[in-house]
Design a protein. Structure first.
Lengths: 836, 369
């Protein structure tokens, strides 16, 4: 809502000299969000009224140019020569002249200058140059006799008018009117407010020889007040006066034609949207009714719309003419030839208009007001105000008004008089409560400690005691409340799972990874680039009805595309080493196919069954942790050649993070895209509390070469991803026990075994451990050899075994027995032979 | 070796001559002192304390002396050998120390060489500031509540008193999960967690809910369709707006510095009544730029305040939707955007830096948030 301050002053006698900024601050404190204070036509210096004395046509240029002699008054230099490119004026016309020294909006300084071979001693202004509209037709030509030559144009044209631009919250529909803003201004400065919109001088009596057209409301739940005024013999060709056009422009509306401008003006002033029909294009009376199937309507924006049975229309005997409270139709549109006019002012239901506006994707000044609630009582007053303006400006006669009103039940809200002070946490007192509620227009009756409050017709938002509490406290001022701190009961801090989640991120950082946060959107193309098979579960993602991009219509099932995208961006920006990670949600499943959530009321808490049904309708969401690394794990430098990230680093980091959470992870070979089929490990964990089998939590390794190419990443880029929630579910139950270890001497044995080349090292290590018996403390592989020293198709694995007993130094014999047993077990399990 | 003397041997053994012993000792001590490294000292040891050294020979001659002379000669030679041994040991220690010092000097390195062998990890500052804010509340006894990002409309809208026809429920703001009437959305705020907390927890409830939320905005310098909020909810007996203000002031001081206060402006949210916009005193100028053209403030545009979030007293309708007796209990709730908070606190000018994943952005913060 754009509210020119001069217009507000017509309703409330604000202090002289009050600046827009001061008024703005006072209104903000009351809860009107004044976003800016704009200055309309910010003009300085001499801009005066001039008269065209003579016009000399210059024809030697590409376009016709006029050199005009313009009288601007003796004190401004008498007659000046001014070059002008517009052609919409004639000798004798009154125009607006910016003289040298003037500065027009946008900092455009006027000076005498030579152009088209003449000295132009000023400029004849268009309304656009003065910030008074976006008229493209040429310069501003004022009505003859409307101003005196040589006088300053500022007052006439409203230069420097301050306009408040207010973002009106959905509960304050009344503030979408000058009247409503002025009421708040009166409260802010403690000034009397007389609602002039409801104190109009009655129109002259209707002409006796004609009857007003009838109106009717069919569905009183959708339209409960309908007034229709008939005006005859109006001259619609007349132009709107300058003051009217200026007001509309300052308020952000475009002048159209006199009749439409008046209806808009009255809407801005009173908050009541009005619509004018050409009575000669309307058959019979008007009715507000629901549309029927198959009806259609071409609205004023020249869109033909099929109507929905829920739409509310204004119709005549032949069919729909307008979408009620939203937009008129072309078939009954006012034009310059219109003589007789039907002026509709009605009260439509907020939800009906909101749905209609949304259904037709059609938002208008009228629908915005009805959606937020229009004053139910103002329609006849607004109609009368508009009619009197039309009769004054366009002539004609009134044939009277018909009105229909559905019975209306007044709302009374009963509150404890001390409720506002209990909510605010400060002493207020019942007198102040009553005073404030009265100021906003409520009728208040005190009955002992309770108040019966009837909100005014323009405040349909006041329905609950809490609404009244807000009115009282906002008028007192939120700044008057003294802060206190509530004492919370002792809390238990972060849950184990929350702590572990933080620890997982810190673990990733400890491995040198940098956290990124990607968007969770994904599309088929991302998965194609990852070589994900068509039947893979990761292709079944939750789809959005209105994605930002058709390329990414879904919610991710894997974090890797986001990391690949981030890595590509870093590489394209010149990064050589990129090691990143992300913790984020993925979702699986499709919504709506099997389960849709029940439509529940919010007027009571849901039952346990209803909550279960809601939970069942939401797709499964898991928190994953994923990482990606390329380039150096250790950079080359004075210390040596450095080392690049390889598959085992991804595995080291992934297992390291999981193990740091206290969960043992096992590793097996896997072929799983987007990973390299021969360099991918599947990670599994076991819940020690349950008898379940090992659960797969994720994968780590080198990315498939094609994936690296597709994402413009260097070869050998490696990555990992695992289900962090699954790890935490196990880890959070675990309390780590203190270790038991012994101080007797350790005995070390190194063993080199030759095995077939495709044998998994972990299997050999496991066999050694299994065979070595209880004296074995640890087994660690320290070398892998493949080459001429061993048989073709074989490899040598070198292990270091450590033995220790709890109570003695190990003897040579028992050590030797353990060693032999370990080797024997490896031989049995893996066909290993001792390398000689 | 001479055979032991049984009787007095009138032949003086020259090696046991006191003068000769003194001379041998003096020569040895001089040689020890002259030894400049451990190798030289080793040679000195062999020459003056070895088997063929003068004192060793003298020692051997003692046995040839008549018994009467043995004691005196033994004492004399023993003393000399003792002094020699001590001199050698002292010199050994001294020279070892000298050697160690020389080695350490030789092993000195240039400690200004770069040691940046590996990339240093870092958290994203949105993650760390989220934890920092949550910790302020945890320190006050609040618990951290959570909920899903893909959420039922009932939690995201209906239970928060956002009626089915509320403008917020249009496609312009909300990502709907296919189809549009599926009843499932990407949560548009962290407020559905309030509902979950009230349904799941026993009263009183003191919770803070950080999380990721979604609106259908295009990405630009000040908007992103995926962003983060943190929200607090308190429902207890006798909770007032004064409690709300005090809690906000405490948070502001904890995050931005002592003495910074907040301001409430009346506003509208369906789930709170009364509702307010939350402004933070400009931490850059602390209001000093207001009406002071000589010292304009870029952070607050010389307004003295910056918009931080929204807040209010929990609408009794929300309490009733969660089965809370609104006659007995009251509460407050507030929430703010973490991106905006981060921009204020760390002078970040472009929100795109937070979402693009450029490692230079997170790396600049390390573990700070």
């Amino acid at each position: 809502m754009r509210a020119p301050i001069s217009w507000i002053r017509e309703f409330v006698d604000l202090p002289a000299g009050l600046s827009g900024r001061e008024l703005s601050a006072a209104l903000i404190a009351l809860g009107l969000e004044v976003e800016t204070v704009d200055v309309v036509a910010d003009v300085t210096g001499p801009v005066v009224i001039g008269r065209i004395e003579s016009i000399e046509e210059l024809t030697e240029f590409k376009k016709p140019i006029r050199f005009c002699h313009v009288s601007v008054g003796e004190s401004n230099g008498g007659v000046r020569g001014i070059v002008c490119g517009a052609r919409n004026f004639a000798e004798g016309d009154l125009v607006v002249v910016a003289l040298p020294g003037a500065v027009l909006p946008g900092g455009f300084a006027i000076a005498a200058r030579e152009t088209y071979g003449r000295v132009s001693d000023g400029m004849i202004c268009s309304s656009r140059e003065l910030d008074l509209g976006d008229d493209h037709d040429g310069i501003m030509v004022l009505e003859a006799g409307s101003a005196e030559v040589g006088t300053a144009a500022g007052e006439l044209l409203g230069f420097g008018e301050e306009v408040l631009d207010i973002a009106v919250t959905p509960d304050r529909g009344y503030a979408l009117s000058i009247r409503g803003v002025a009421r708040e201004a009166a409260i802010a400065f403690g000034l009397p407010f007389s609602d002039s919109a409801t104190e109009l001088a009655p129109l002259s009596a209707p002409v006796p020889d004609s009857q007003p057209r009838s109106c009717a409301l069919i569905d009183s739940s959708a339209c409960d007040v309908f007034t229709l005024r008939t005006l005859l013999d109006v001259d619609a060709t007349r132009q709107s006066p300058l003051w009217l056009r200026q007001r509309l422009i300052a308020a952000g509306m475009r002048p159209v034609s006199l009749i439409v401008d008046v209806t808009n003006y009255v809407m801005l002033e009173t908050g009541q949207p009005l619509h004018a029909f050409d009575a000669d294009r309307v058959a019979g009376g008007l009715v507000a009714r629901r549309a029927t199937n198959g009806e259609s309507l071409e609205t004023l924006d020249h869109v033909s719309r099929d109507l929905d049975p829920e739409d509310l229309v204004i119709a005549d005997d032949n069919g729909p003419l307008a979408l009620a409270g939203t937009m008129g139709g072309t078939s009954s549109e006012i034009d310059l030839g219109s003589r007789n006019i039907l002026l509709e002012a009605a009260h439509f239901d907020a939800v009906v208009v909101a749905r209609m506006s949304r259904r037709h994707r059609l938002s208008s000044e009228a629908s915005r007001r009805f959606e937020r609630g229009v004053d139910r009582a103002i329609a006849p007053y607004a109609s009368e105000r508009a009619a009197s303006l039309i009769l004054e400006l366009a002539g004609g006669r009134s044939a009277g008004m018909t009105a229909e009103e559905a019975p209306h039940e007044e709302v009374t809200i009963t509150i404890d008089a001390d409720l506002p002070e209990r909510v605010a946490g400060m002493a207020i007192g019942p007198e102040r409560v009553i005073e404030n509620l009265t100021q906003v227009g409520c009728a208040v009756t005190a009955a002992e400690s309770r108040l019966d409050v009837s909100p005014p017709s323009w405040r349909p938002d006041l329905t609950d005691p809490a609404d009244l509490v807000e009115e009282v406290i906002r008028l007192i001022g939120y700044d008057q409340i003294t802060p206190t701190l509530p004492a919370a009961p002792p809390g238990r801090g972060l849950t184990e799972a929350q702590q572990l989640r933080r620890r997982a991120s810190r673990g990733a950082v400890a491995f040198g990874l940098i956290e990124v946060l990607s968007y969770p959107f994904i599309g088929e193309h991302d998965l194609d680039l990852c070589q994900i098979p068509t039947d893979d579960a990761r292709r079944t993602f939750v789809r959005l009805a209105n994605p930002l991009s058709e390329e990414q219509p879904g919610i991710r099932t894997t974090l890797l595309p986001g990391l690949l995208n981030a890595a590509r961006r870093n590489v394209s920006r010149g990064a050589d080493d990129v090691a990143i990670f992300e913790v984020g949600s993925v979702a699986f499943g499709v919504v709506g196919d099997s389960v849709t959530p029940p439509r529940l009321t919010a007027s009571r808490p849901p039952s346990a069954d209803e909550l279960d049904a809601l939970a069942a309708a939401i797709p499964s969401q898991r928190r994953h942790l994923a990482g990606l690394a390329l380039g150096s794990v250790e950079r080359p430098g004075w210390w040596g050649a450095g080392r690049d990230f390889v598959w085992s680093d991804a595995l080291r980091i992934a297992t390291g993070i999981v193990e740091d959470l206290g969960v043992a992870v096992s590793v097996d070979a896997a072929a799983y895209l987007p990973f390299h089929p021969g360099r991918c490990a599947v990670l599994s964990i076991v819940d020690p509390e349950s008898n379940d089998d090992a659960m797969i939590i994720g994968y780590a390794g080198e990315l498939h070469p094609k994936v690296c190419v597709s994402w413009d990443l260097p070869p050998r880029t490696c990555a990992f991803e695992f289900d962090l929630d699954a790890v935490i579910a196990i880890a959070s139950d675990e309390v780590r026990r203190g270790p038991r270890f012994h101080s007797m001497p350790v005995a070390k044995e190194d063993i080199a075994l030759v095995v077939p080349v495709d044998t998994a090292a972990a299997d050999v290590a496991a066999a050694l451990a299994n065979g070595a018996g209880s004296l074995l403390e640890s087994v660690r592989l320290f070398d892998v050899y493949q080459g001429p020293q061993v048989a073709e198709g074989s490899k040598s694995l070198a292990f270091s075994l450590r033995f220790r007993a709890a109570d003695r130094t190990l003897g040579v014999d028992e050590l030797s027995q353990s060693r032999e047993a370990a080797i024997a077990a490896a031989e049995t399990a893996c066909g290993a032979t001792l390398r000689t | 070796m001479s055979a032991p003397n049984k009787e007095y041997d009138p032949v003086e053994v020259s090696a046991l001559d006191p003068a000769a012993i003194d001379a041998a000792l003096s020569a040895a001590v001089a040689a020890i002192a002259a030894a400049s490294d451990l190798d030289e000292l080793k040679a000195v040891r062999i020459a003056h304390a070895g088997d063929r050294s003068a004192l060793a020979l003298a020692n051997r001659e003692i046995g040839a002396l008549p018994p009467a002379a043995k004691a005196e000669a033994g004492q004399r030679v023993g003393k000399a050998r003792g002094l020699l041994k001590k001199a050698l040991e002292e010199r050994q220690v001294q020279l070892e120390e000298d050697r160690d010092v020389r080695v350490l000097v030789a092993e000195a390195v240039d400690v200004t060489l770069p040691v940046d062998r590996a990339q240093v990890g870092a958290r994203h500052p949105l993650s760390t500031i989220s934890e920092r804010l949550a910790d302020v509340f945890v320190a006050m006894g609040y618990e951290v509540a959570e909920g899903p990002e893909i959420e039922a409309e009932w939690f995201n809208f209906d239970a928060l008193n956002i009626a089915p026809d509320h403008p917020a429920r249009t496609m312009q703001d909300t990502f709907f999960v296919e189809s549009p009437d599926s009843g499932v959305v990407l949560r548009t705020h962290t407020s559905p967690v309030q509902i979950r907390a009230l349904l799941e927890r026993d009263l009183p409830v003191y919770v803070v809910c950080p999380g990721r939320v979604f609106r259908t905005d295009e990405l630009d310098a000040t908007h992103t369709p995926v962003f983060h909020q943190i929200e607090a909810l308190v429902v207890d007996e006798g909770i007032t707006m004064a409690d709300l203000k005090g809690t906000l002031d405490h948070l502001a001081a904890s995050v931005f510095g002592e003495g910074l206060v907040t301001r409430l402006r009346p506003s509208y949210f369906p789930f709170t009544e009364p509702s307010a916009e939350l402004d933070l005193q400009c931490f850059a100028c602390r209001g000093a730029s207001v009406n002071n053209p000589d010292a304009p403030c870029r952070t607050c545009s010389s307004e003295g305040w910056i918009e931080w979030g929204g807040c209010g007293m929990v609408n009794p309708r929300v309490l009733e939707a969660c089965g809370v007796d609104s006659e007995r209990y009251s509460g407050f709730a507030f929430g703010m955007g973490l991106e905006r908070t981060l921009m204020f606190r760390h002078d970040i000018t472009d929100m795109r830096d937070m979402v693009e994943g450029d490692i230079r952005f997170s790396a600049a913060f390390g573990m700070e948030g």
